[in-house]
Design a protein around this ligand. Sequence first.
Ligand SMILES: [Zn+2]
Ligand SMILES: [Zn+2]
Length: 436
Amino acid sequence: METYATALLYAIPFFVVLLTIEIGYGYFVKNQMHKVMDTVSSISSGLTNIIKDTLGLALIVVSYPFLLEHLAITEIKTSWLVWLIAFVVIDFAGYWNHRLSHKVNIFWNQHVIHHSSEEFNLACALRQPISNLIGYFSLLLIPAAVLGVPHVVIAVLAPIHLFAQFWYHTRHINKMGWLEYVLVTPSQHRVHHAINPEYIDKNLGQVLCIWDRMFGTFQEELEEVPPQYGVLKPAATWNPILINFQHLLRIMKDAWYTRSYWDKIRIWFMPTGWRPKDVKEAYPIEIITDVYHFKRYAPQATLGIKLYSIFQMAFSLFLMMFMFYNYVEIGFDGLLWFSGFIFVGIYGYTTLMDRKEYAVWIEVGRGLAGILWVWYSGDFFGLNNYLPHASIWISAYFLLTIIGGVYFTYLEQGRKGRMEQLADKELSKDGRVEIG
Ligand SMILES: [Zn+2]
Ligand SMILES: [Zn+2]
């Protein structure tokens, strides 16, 4: 997957620039569409997805070259026509894959992360899965294989097609005239991310909107129905790794607890959200019914933890970029360890953002592991070759992680907790509030 890593090296700065422009613009026009914790969570999700995909950690059911070899009835020479055909086939396949992800219980698990943000902005586009562990997409490219579209064309177009879905995740661009009839636009994709009954599961196209118009899933954004973003069963965490498996866990629990053997099997392939009757009654799950009045996820977030989360995210991004630049030198085993560090890091600081007390164990644990790693190997995956005194800097980072973990778990919250207690006492003295 080195080619994908290279493509990302070019794409990531592009994403960063566009994101900065969106945040800056929102600030400038006093209509900020970003919330710090949500955006940090979204970008962190992007990091997990990129790392997982570049490592190629998926079971490929069937590869495109294999299909090409066995199914091609003709061979079109590489010309502008072949690129056009390939793009249309990829987009068509993308539409059906997306539709499958929305409509079938088990497939929804790998897509729910993309919809889990209760905001809608460019960062939300980066919420991409790590739970897509079975690679079946090539099966949807059979039309391209039959037409003999060369593998290199698919390999080049696939990431471009993916990155072309970034720009329309914004609330700053209104309807776009005649383009609304050809392309998926911000307005159409706002509808797609909305949980309003009028909008849910609509506009499944990826680059072209013609498929939605052809197959009856198109819905225009209506002025009287402002889109409300999120998922009907809220994720209620900033931890992108957890969000990737929440739905799977719910299906597994239902399959385990239901008494019907038929339901144990069919639950996986039923429409998204379907549950066996007995477990539905025994273990009800709350879903959002009033989309205009639900409480969005927002655990206590001080300026301190906001800045700290941004720092941790930025450092993870830096580590990832370093990893891509040294993809070959680090070697596969090294890459696994390196990504392990980044993953545990993301798990740790997002759990800290969730204000979960066990975050401190993860943060202290990974801090110590990092320091020990540098201590024993005298380096951190070759970082010393790039940065003078890198060992010291990276050890300082891991030390800071330990301190941050302890501070934001016990001290900051403890201080705030004490202040709240004091305030409560003051109020009760005044007789305004009774403490029961
Ligand atoms: Zn979707
Ligand atoms: Zn989207």
